[in-house]
Design a protein around this ligand. Structure first.
Ligand code: HMG
Length: 453
C-alpha cells in the first residue's frame, strides 16, 4: 500500500459515533417470505438482508435521533453548552416547516435542563439518502474555523418505508446515527476532497403528503451506479490535482484506499457499486491484463450494430467481472464487512453509509493511518465521493456492543409489523423504557415527547 499524507494537527473529522436501532425486528425468511410468495434465498442472498428493523408505535425519526444523540453525549461526556450546531439529515421529516432538530433539543432538555441547548443552532438537510453526508461536509467547514472550542453534531435519522407487498418492502429498515464532528478527531480526519455528481431523476421520491416512497426500482439501481461513477471521477481528478493521491503508471485510485464504503440500500447494492467502481478504476491498471486473461475482452459499443445486443453483452460481462478472482479479492478485503450491520437492520436511508462505518469500527477493522473512501448516494439524484484518514487514537475509542444489542431485539409477527406499518397499532409492542417516546399529537399537529424512565 503506497504511503499517505499524515494529517496535520488541525484536522477536522469524526471523533465518535453512536447508533440507535429500534428494539423490534422482522426476519425476512419465514412468515414474511411465505406470505409474500418470495424464495427466502432471494432475500438473504440476492438482496442481502436477513432482518428488518421496525419502529414501535411510540417511535419516529425524532425519537430515534434523540436516542442516538443521547447515547453519543453519554459516551463522550459531552455537555449541551459544548455543542455549537446540530445538523440533521433526514427524509422522514415530521413537519413541513419546523426543524426536526428542535424536537430533538426539546427531548434532550428533559434530561439536561430547560434552555441547556439554547445557544446551539439546528437545521434539517433533505437530499434523500445523501442529506447527512452533505450535512457532514458543510459542518466540517464550520468546525475548521470554530474558535470557541465548540463541537458539531450531525445526525442521520430515518424510517425507510415502501408500500406493503411492493418490491421495495424487503429493503425497509429504521435507525439513527449521530456523529461527533470536531477538530483533532479520534476516529477519522476528513481529507476535504469531495467529488460530486448531480442530475434530475425520477428514480425514487415521496410527493408531499405520501407516507411511502415512489420508486422505480431497477432504474434506481442504474441511477445509483451512474452517479457513483461520476462522483468517483470528480473525486479522482481532485485527489490527483491536490496530490493527495498520486498513482503511478499501472496504479488506480483504489490502490490507495483501504476501505471503500458505499450507501447501503441493501447489501447486494454495495457489491454492484464496488464492482462498477473497481472495474472503472482498473481499466488502465496492470490488473486489466489479468482480468482480460480470465474473462476475455470487454464488449465495445462500436463493435455492435444493435444497442440492445451491446447492452446484453455488457450486462453479461459485468456479471462475470463480479465473479472474477481480482474483484472478489478486492471486495473481500475492502468492502464486504461494511454491510455487516445492514444485513440485520435494512436500509436506514441517510444513515446507511455510516452504519457501514459502524460495522467496521465494531469489528475493529480500521487501523491508524488507513484511508477510507465514502461513496454516498441520494435519490433524485446525487452522489458524493470523499476520503478520510484513520487517526492514531482510532483503536482507543470504546466499542458500542452493537452486534450484541441487535441480538437482544424482539422478533415481531407479520401481523404486528403490518399494523405498525399502516399506523393501526396504537399501543407499543414493547412499552417505552429508558427512551424517548411520542406520547401525543395535539389538535394543531404539534408532537409531544416524553422520556420514559
Ligand atoms: P427485485 O425485483 O426484487 O430484485 O428488485 P431482482 O429480481 O433484481 O433480484 C435481486 C437479486 O436477487 C438478483 O441478483 C437476482 O438474481 C437474485 P443479480 O442477478 O443482480 O446478481 N435472486 C436470487 N438469489 C438467490 N436465490 C434466489 C433468487 N432470486 C433472485 N432464489 C430492488 C430489487 C432493489 C430494485 C427492489 O427491492 C427495490 O425497488 N428497492 C427499493 C429501491 C432501492 O433500494 N434502490 C437501490 C438504489 S437507489 C438508493 O439506494 C436510494 C435509496 O436508499 C433512497 C434514497 O436515496 O433516499 C433507495
Amino acid at each position: 500500500m503506497p504511503t499517505k499524507n499524515v494529517p496535520e494537527d488541525n484536522a477536522v473529522g469524526i471523533d465518535d459515533l453512536s447508533v440507535y436501532v429500534p428494539r423490534l425486528f422482522l426476519p425476512l425468511a419465514g412468515e414474511f417470505s411465505n406470505n409474500r410468495g418470495i424464495d427466502p434465498g432471494k432475500l438473504i442472498k440476492g438482496i442481502g438482508i436477513e432482518r428488518m428493523a421496525v419502529p414501535d408505535a411510540h417511535e419516529d425519526a425524532a425519537t430515534m435521533a434523540a436516542m442516538s444523540l443521547l447515547d453519543l453525549m453519554r459516551r463522550t461526556h459531552l455537555r449541551p453548552e459544548e455543542i455549537g450546531k446540530i445538523y440533521v439529515g433526514t427524509e422522514s421529516a415530521l413537519d413541513e416547516a419546523k426543524a426536526l432538530g428542535t424536537y430533538v433539543i426539546g427531548m434532550l432538555e428533559q434530561i439536561y435542563g430547560k434552555g441547556s441547548f439554547q445557544e446551539c443552532s439546528t437545521v434539517e438537510f433533505k437530499a434523500a439518502c445523501i442529506g447527512t453526508t452533505l450535512a457532514l461536509e458543510s459542518q466540517s467547514y464550520w468546525a475548521a474555523v470554530e474558535e470557541e472550542g465548540k463541537v458539531g453534531i450531525v445526525i442521520a435519522s430515518d424510517v425507510a418505508k415502501y408500500p406493503l407487498a411492493s418490491a421495495g418492502e424487503y429493503t425497509q429498515g429504521a435507525g439513527s446515527v449521530a456523529l461527533l464532528v470536531k477538530k483533532n478527531p479520534r476516529l477519522l480526519a476528513l481529507e476535504q476532497i469531495y467529488g460530486t455528481f448531480t442530475r434530475d431523476e425520477n428514480d425514487f421520491f415521496r410527493p408531499m403528503g405520501c407516507t411511502t416512497a415512489v420508486v422505480n426500482g431497477k432504474h434506481s439501481n442504474q441511477c445509483y451506479l451512474d452517479a457513483m461513477r461520476g462522483a468517483f471521477d470528480s473525486f479522482a481528478a481532485k485527489a490527483k490535482r491536490l496530490k493527495a493521491i498520486a498513482p503511478e503508471k499501472g496504479e488506480g485510485i483504489t490502490d490507495f484506499v483501504d476501505h471503500l464504503l458505499f450507501h447501503i440500500p441493501y447489501p447486494r447494492m454495495v457489491e454492484y457499486a464496488s464492482a462498477a467502481i473497481f472495474r472503472y478504476d482498473w481499466r488502465e491498471s496492470c490488473r486489466s491484463k489479468e482480468i482480460e486473461q480470465e474473462l476475455g475482452q470487454e464488449p465495445k459499443a462500436l463493435e455492435y450494430d444493435d444497442p440492445e445486443r451491446y447492452q446484453a453483452a455488457e450486462a453479461d460481462y459485468a456479471r462475470h467481472f463480479a465473479k472474477s478472482k481480482q474483484f472478489l479479492q478486492a471486495y473481500q478485503a475492502k468492502v464486504r464487512d461494511t454491510a455487516t450491520l445492514s444485513r440485520q437492520i435494512g436500509n436506514i436511508y441517510t444513515g446507511s453509509i455510516y452504519l457501514g462505518l459502524a460495522s467496521l469500527l465494531e469489528m475493529q477493522k480500521i487501523h491508524a493511518g488507513e484511508r477510507l473512501c465514502f461513496g454516498a448516494y441520494g435519490s433524485g439524484c446525487s452522489a458524493l465521493f470523499f476520503s478520510a484518514l484513520a487517526q492514531p487514537k482510532v483503536a482507543s475509542v470504546p466499542l458500542r456492543g452493537l452486534l450484541q444489542r441487535l441480538e437482544e431485539r424482539r422478533q415481531i409477527s407479520l401481523q404486528d409489523y403490518e399494523r405498525l406499518h399502516e399506523g393501526k397499532k396504537e399501543k407499543s409492542v414493547l412499552p417505552p423504557r429508558g427512551e424517548f417516546a411520542l406520547v401525543r399529537i395535539d389538535h394543531q399537529g404539534y408532537r409531544h415527547y416524553e422520556y420514559a424512565e
